[in-house]
Design a protein around this ligand. Structure first.
Ligand SMILES: [Zn+2]
Length: 297
């Protein structure tokens, strides 16, 4: 299967929304809080993935899910092209339609296994009929991260630290893209909604194409069988497998980001530009800290 990536401003999804909720959604569009440079970088990253890898080629995992899909004759084609939409939005509140993030801050990005829009209507959660990754283009979280870093280091920071913060922020995109890629590998390229249909037809639990592990602990290498836990605590199992998943995805996301930057001078230049923009905002210009007397020497 070949995976290609396409950026979609959240406003374009309005067309698919009901009239009733269109107004509600409108306020979550790409408004002035978006940083134009961040937008440009995310678009460049998506096109760089397509260019550099000519899309991403993956094979579906020969797992229990695939066996189930074959058993119920679910139509899928291992040769097809799968599109992942990278949906750009600027209001962090958008995330609240896609999941309950508890007391955590709203994420800067997420792989949307639910469609979200149904939640707006107060319905139950519906599985997504598309492969979608959402990414927040609001400038505020990046500012906050830099400000926190400056406070932590008690003012002892430099441009390279600001660049690192910008980079960590941008890696959110490749991290979420890697979640989507794994979902496609584990779920034979089917969308979350189609995966649910297979699970229902084949009477297997739909837990976790997402985690790459099943309730019974079978699944991809690295996941921990539920039976291996002394007290068979399912919540603990879920937490442990999530931790394994997140570590794996983080590593993949960082590697993909480094590959993209290494091979794309334009992307590298844009990131330098973002770093300069932030350095200019947060670092005092050279010489400004000097006393007038030393200036006059
Ligand atoms: Zn993650």
């Amino acid at each position: 299967m070949k995976i290609t990536f396409k950026t979609v401003p959240i406003d374009e999804l309005f067309n698919k929304a009901d009239g009733d909720i269109e107004e509600t959604i409108e306020e979550f569009g790409l408004d002035e809080t978006s940083n134009p440079l961040l937008l440009e970088i995310f678009k460049e990253m998506a096109s760089a993935i397509n260019k550099q890898f000519d899309g991403i080629e993956v094979a579906p995992f020969e797992n229990e899910f695939l066996a189930a899909a074959r058993r119920v004759d679910y139509p899928f084609s291992p040769d097809k092209e799968v599109e992942v939409q990278i949906v750009l939005y600027s209001n962090a509140e958008v995330a609240s339609f896609f999941g309950n993030w508890g007391s955590q801050n709203k994420p800067l990005g997420f792989h949307a296994s639910s469609s979200g829009w149904e939640l707006l209507r107060g319905d139950e959660v519906h599985d997504n009929s598309a492969h979608q990754v959402f990414i927040c283009t609001d400038d505020a979280p990046l500012h906050q991260a830099i400000e926190e870093m400056i406070e932590t280091r008690k003012g002892n920071y430099d441009r390279s630290i600001i660049r690192r913060d910008c980079t960590n922020f941008l890696i959110t995109l490749t991290h979420e893209v890697c979640h989507a890629i794994e979902f496609i590998e584990h779920g034979a390229g089917l969308t979350p909604q189609e995966c649910r249909e297979v699970a229902d037809d084949a009477e297997i639990p739909y837990v976790s194409v997402y985690h790459g592990a099943r309730e019974d602990g079978t699944g991809r290498e690295g996941s921990i069988p539920l039976s291996d836990l002394d007290n068979s605590d399912e919540e603990e199992w879920e937490d442990l497998n999530t931790e394994i998943l997140e570590d794996r995805i983080e590593e993949k996301g960082v590697m993909m980001f480094c590959d993209l930057v290494d091979a794309n001078p334009r992307l590298k230049a844009l990131i330098e530009q973002l770093t300069d923009e932030k350095a200019l905002k947060f670092m005092p210009p050279v010489g400004s800290g000097r006393k007038p007397s030393s200036m006059s020497l």
